[in-house]
Design a protein around this ligand. Sequence first.
Ligand SMILES: [Zn+2]
Length: 166
Amino acid sequence: MAKKTQQTKFIGQVTKIRQTEPQTVIEWPRALTHVHTYGMLSPFFQGLKEGKLKATFCPNKKCPEDRLWIPPRAHCPDCHTEMKWKTLRNPVIGKVYAFTEVVYAGTGIELSTPYWQIDVQLPGLATVPKSYLLYGKPYIGMKVMAEFRTEKPSNTVLDYYWVPVE
Ligand SMILES: [Zn+2]
């Protein structure tokens, strides 16, 4: 007679029954993979993994906008010329322009809450990029320095963040 010790086991999740009348309907969750390209902005994300903050600029000498863009733009918003890349020199130091405490994050936010979302003013930029403060409490004008998630990068924009300089 066979031993009962090596039985085949059910290792799945118990299926939720939604209704039994007039017939049984179960919930069978499915996950889907969203395939997304960074396209012409790929150098920005590659840069973060290497500890570099990369901005784009318009190479058109006649363009009215000669400042840098972060988040980067593939094409100039002002004259539609294909942008070029410039790596900001480390340490990248900016000033807190605005901040808010995120207590209840929206679906898909991959940061623990509460966290400080900060907008950082950087010299030479046409934009005020939004990111987060890794620790400390922000105030308007606070000096912050960019740091990078070079070990175990998330391969997302979360691979750079700010830390207090003082
Ligand atoms: Zn332009």
